[in-house]
Write a protein that binds this ligand. Sequence first.
Ligand SMILES: [Zn+2]
Ligand SMILES: [Zn+2]
Length: 237
Amino acid sequence: LINNIKNGVLSLFFPTPCASCGRYIKDFTYLYVCPECYGKTQKLEGHLCSVCMKPLQAGYLNRCGDCEREKRHFTCVAPAGVYQGAIKELIHRLKFYNRKKIAALLAEFILENVMDSAVRWADVIVPVPLSKKVLGERGYNQTALIGKILADRYGIEFSEPVRKARETEPQNKLERKERLTNLKGAYKMEEGVSVSGKKVLVVDDVYTTGTTLNEMAIVLIESGAKEVRGIMAARSV
Ligand SMILES: [Zn+2]
Ligand SMILES: [Zn+2]
């Protein structure tokens, strides 16, 4: 009740429209989106690719066309929901509006929607690194914020053994073909860190084509990781 009153009073002075539906938010539990929109986030359901969780039309298939064509260096992924609506808006604000609190919200979203065992599996949790330039502009790595929360919750090691060695074009601005080559060799291991023999869980905000995770997996496996999997707040479908 206290929270409701607080939220009600706050909304009188700071009317904020929900980033997803545009109605004024009365309950700020989910920050920039209203609880109704947050509650409507779709889960990945139905028959899915066993590697990348892409929804599949044909029930007899085990893998999607992408995973058949392109060699996957990661084993599987666990996205918490579909990249749309409230979650899409929250991820967008986390990246571009300097809203660190959203990281905690997205970590909770992952913890609520991904099976415990998907996180417990890991020996070490690793975020997707940003280039120096982007990190400098943004001031924080959003996937590291999420990853740290997950690691702390389960008492798993958190580490940043991979660096982004060069600038790349934003993946979402490229054609599929360009996406595949854009990140080639962009990730390198930091000097003197080891993931040898470890099960590595890579944290990202969104899974789109799998190129980022695949490039990360290549360098991690090369440097001795036993297996690489991915976990993310959402997957585009
Ligand atoms: Zn809404
Ligand atoms: Zn697939």
